[in-house]
Ligand binder design. Structure first.
Ligand code: FUB
Length: 448
């Protein structure tokens, strides 16, 4: 057994799994509504966990179906660890365990305790006869848990998509969605409201609004929301100088999904001096947009504090090691013609994608690969070519230094082929694969 497999097995025995990923960043299950937080020098992501609706279960057919939550962490934003399930609908006293309605969560640290906020359908009506969505809290001593859910949801909160912000003066605020975007102060215990809920004014009146996420940067408070301006959600933001507003709409952070994924859901985090936007898309479920996958891309601001619109990428963020399998279908750029990507298996989509190069000189580029310092001697590539193909591997740009030429044998099956690295270059480079003759499909590239 190789060392990689041994590590995976021992992680699994401990209840967590190691994932190595670009976009989407979680590759062993569906995930949505990511809230990213920096705790103890690492990024932790608390997403929802979409599942295909089990026969006869859930709120309704062809709808969101979510029974529990996992938490993921990473130090380099490339290798993610799944710490396993932290809260389940079956283990929370007030949750209707037949509702599969554990929607967008949040988590925040206060005085060494981690407070995980989650919406779900209540199993009993409240004093006002209301069932519907409540917001619960589960508390842990470590970000990865174990979390202990409180036996009651937060009093006075009916709605979804909780988000918590703690201001510089220590005051905590809870935001949530209920048609409008709501806000209330939280008591120091983080589990009770300290003020009456109020509607945040000046947000768009037409079109669904949900998923509030508030953050502060250089004295500006950014209230971000998914909003349906047209037919599906896009990420928008408003700015103000107080966590409770008033806010003024300031622009769009991310446009609507090009393939009509109906929802999006955002969080913003600064990590090691760089800002990131976490969001979701239906990468592993192209025909059903309620089974989503979380992604991350870099984010930047203009000098006046406004947010530069983010174009979603497949490459995502982080540095990939040349000695890992590099999924070049998560490309940074590609030739305008003769190059495309497709799922390897349209039934088991978690098998990922392949790059298809059809025309002579078609190419695909994957940025920010670390070749290290030690000379790498060979390169392997998993590929399929019915006529046989020749590929060039170049660095930095399409006509950059040639590091290897690889012959893919004529075959109807996938083959792992190997070639010598003729010119090793240490350090971080962009990787380019160029087709020199007949069509080829490529799964991954790896250097040794
Ligand atoms: O994931 C279920 C719901 O879809 C979330 O609560 C909303 O924000 C939207 O993403």
């Amino acid at each position: 057994m190789n060392i990689y497999k041994t590590l995976i097995l021992s992680f699994a025995a401990l209840g967590f799994t190691s994932l190595s990923a670009q976009n989407p960043i979680v590759r062993n299950q569906f995930s949505a509504d990511p809230t990213a937080r920096v705790f103890n020098g690492k990024v932790y992501v608390f997403p929802s966990h979409d599942i295909p609706t089990p026969e006869g279960k859930g709120l309704r057919k062809d709808w969101f179906c979510m029974a529990d939550y996992h938490v993921f962490s990473s130090e380099n934003l490339t290798d993610w660890t799944d710490h396993g399930m932290i809260v389940s609908q079956n283990k929370v006293a007030w949750v209707d365990s037949a509702s599969y309605s554990m929607w967008a969560p949040d988590c925040i640290e206060r005085n060494g305790k981690y407070y995980f906020y989650f919406p779900a359908n209540k199993n009993v009506a409240d004093a006002n006869g209301r069932k519907g969505f409540g917001v619960g809290v589960a508390v842990a001593d470590k970000p990865e848990g174990p979390y202990v859910p409180l036996s009651e949801p937060i009093k006075g909160v009916n709605g979804i998509d909780p988000n918590v912000f703690i201001d510089k003066d220590g005051q905590a605020y809870l935001y949530w969605a209920m048609g409008n975007i709501m806000v209330a102060k939280l008591k120091d215990n983080m589990t009770e409201l300290a003020s009456e809920p109020q509607i945040i004014a000046n947000l768009p009146q037409k079109g669904l609004k949900e998923g509030p996420f508030l953050f502060e940067r250089k004295g500006i408070y950014y209230l971000t929301i998914p909003h349906v301006e047209n037919k599906i959600e896009r990420l928008e933001y408003a700015i103000g100088d107080n966590p409770m507003g008033p806010f003024k709409m300031a622009g769009v952070v991310m446009d609507e999904s090009p393939v009509n994924c109906w929802t999006n859901h955002q969080s913003f985090v600064e990590y090691k001096g760089q800002w990131y936007l976490f969001y979701h898309h239906n990468d592993y479920s192209p025909t059903f947009d309620k089974n989503r996958s979380i992604r991350v891309d870099s984010l930047s601001f203009n000098a006046d504090g406004t947010i530069r619109k983010v174009t979603p990428t497949l490459r995502g963020v982080g540095v990939s090691s040349a000695t890992n399998k590099i999924e070049i279908d998560r490309y940074s750029s590609k030739s305008e013609t003769g190059s495309s990507i497709a799922l390897l298996d349209s039934v088991n989509t978690f098998n990922g994608w392949k790059t298809i190069l059809n025309d002579k000189n078609a190419w695909v580029q994957y940025n920010t690969v670390d070749f290290g310092k030690q000379r790498l001697k060979t390169v392997q590539l998993r590929a399929l070519s019915e006529k046989g193909a020749t590929l060039e591997i170049r660095l930095d740009k399409v006509n950059g230094p040639l590091v290897a030429e690889i012959k893919v044998p004529k075959s109807a099956d996938w083959n792992t082929v190997e070639a010598k690295v003729s010119k090793f270059q240490a350090g971080i480079h962009n990787l380019i694969v160029v087709l020199k003759d007949s069509p080829v499909e490529i799964d991954w590239v790896q250097f040794q």
